[in-house]
Write a protein that binds this ligand. Structure first.
Ligand code: 5GP
Ligand code: ZN
Length: 149
């Protein structure tokens, strides 16, 4: 195993609160969240920057980000939207050298708490936060099955 922390999280060799995983991607809570539910989606195989990433895998990452952003609106987080951000390269402030897409849940009127979260980056209760996101994914699946969305 290499010394990449996100590879170790994917392999279960470093602790993280995972909210979703499949054969291509893994999503887990950011250790220093800007808002409650701030999640990172990473490819299971190591790719340092977008230049190293198979575009099909990039599409899988975005697809998962899309689902998680929607789940924020369906589950216990009561979100109204989300910022999806990918910092590609050190020049763009990428600090962990394994491609990752941020999903940062937002609420109407959260400008002040967002700014505070951006400065403090304090963790929220990971167990209840992950449960709220998983509930959102389940509710989203149910809505899709019923043809509502
Ligand atoms: P970047 O600036 O590279 O786009 O963001 C890296 C993100 O990874 C940061 O938001 C940081 O809090 C998060 N992070 C760094 N190390 C760890 C870790 O060991 N576990 C988790 N869950 N998140 C991490
Ligand atoms: Zn890695």
């Amino acid at each position: 195993m290499n010394d990449c922390v996100f590879c170790r999280i994917v392999a279960g060799e470093a602790p993280a609160t995972k909210v979703y995983e499949d054969d291509a991607v893994c999503a887990f809570l950011d250790i220093r969240p800007i808002t409650r539910g701030h999640t990172l989606i990473v490819p299971r195989i190591h790719a340092g920057e977008l230049d190293d990433l198979d575009p099909e895998l990039g599409a899988r990452i975005f697809r998962t980000g899309h689902r998680l952003a929607r789940a924020v609106r369906y589950g216990g987080l009561d979100g109204d939207g989300a910022n999806l951000i990918l910092n590609d390269g050190v020049a763009a402030f990428q600090t962990v050298g394994h491609v990752h897409l941020h999903v940062v849940p937002r609420r109407h009127g959260d400008k002040l708490s967002f700014a505070k979260g951006f400065l403090l980056r304090r963790p929220h209760d990971p167990v209840s936060t992950a449960a709220a996101i998983r509930a959102g994914l389940t509710a989203l699946d149910a809505a899709e099955d019923e043809g509502v969305n």
